[in-house]
Ligand binder design. Sequence first.
Ligand code: AHG
Ligand code: MN
Ligand code: MN
Length: 329
Amino acid sequence: MPWTDDNLMSLQSHVLVEERHHPGATGDFTWILSAISLATKTIGNKVRRARIEDVIGELSEHNVQGEQQQKLDVISNEIIKSCLGSRANIGALVSEEEETPTVLRSHDDGGRYAVLFDPLDGSSNLDVSVGVGTIFSVVRLGDGVKGTPENMILTPESKQVAAGYVLYGSSTVFVLTTGQGVDMFVLDHSIGAFVLVKRDLMIPTSQKIYSINEAYVDRFPAGYRSYLEWAHEDGYSSRYIGSMVADIHRTLLKGGVFIYPPTDDRPEGKLRYLYEAMPMSMIIEQAGGRSIAGNQGRLLDIKPTSLHERIPVVMGSTDEVDHVERFLS
Ligand code: AHG
Ligand code: MN
Ligand code: MN
């Protein structure tokens, strides 16, 4: 019986149904996603209570990105690790907040997957109550791949099999793809469950909205500047929240294009490949959109060579990405 609007479907039951699409799936996904569900409900609770528990504000430490860590970045990182650590099919975890992967078990001991995550995205927006989120990617490790966790994750034999984000906004929204389209859930606090609200979400093919931090325009390569001049003349509007999860969620639902270009001080842009650009690209493509790494072509065709590498990002509605691409070539 396919899901219809009057069926109540939780994230858990939805993923169990999805498992049937994956021949040979052994409940692995459900097990990993249930841990992510628990972790993000817990993080969402912390985010909502941040002011009350006074965990807003910055730690003295800096993370591997050289960025000032917010207290909640670290707390969120620990919450995710404590929820995922118990899953016997996870070999390694990669976090934006940690230089090296957390190795849980070898491939021979059942470590079939790696989970890559940005525990708290947009955290600089935290103390002004603007939407922040968690981004994750589930990678199935190549069978029989040996070597350090880093090259087991980076080897082309390892494949991203699921991606998602949770936006802690006016509602807590969980957006997920396991390669069969994009589904959206909202946390019903009264029952503590993510409830399915939209199946097979499709991004509009065009929308005159661009999302970019125009403050840096003088540092963008010429192609991006020419695109912006064209867009200004063509009546586009600008929407930029400064949290990738919030900007991508709006782009997914309303259409448009999200751009984080290279700048002269950051020639690869700011966003990280493995746990920001790669999962968001899978979601956007599964929703019928496009994601390119500036003038380097399809983002997911680019193979990363290090865990925290950055990459330029242009993703969103197909027509809108086409418009940007025309100015970059
Ligand atoms: P994070 O908080 O995980 O470090 O990510 C912040 C990122 C991303 O969320 C957002 O799109 C981008 O930083 C905004 O950067 P600018 O402030 O340079 O526009
Ligand atoms: Mn981020
Ligand atoms: Mn982050």
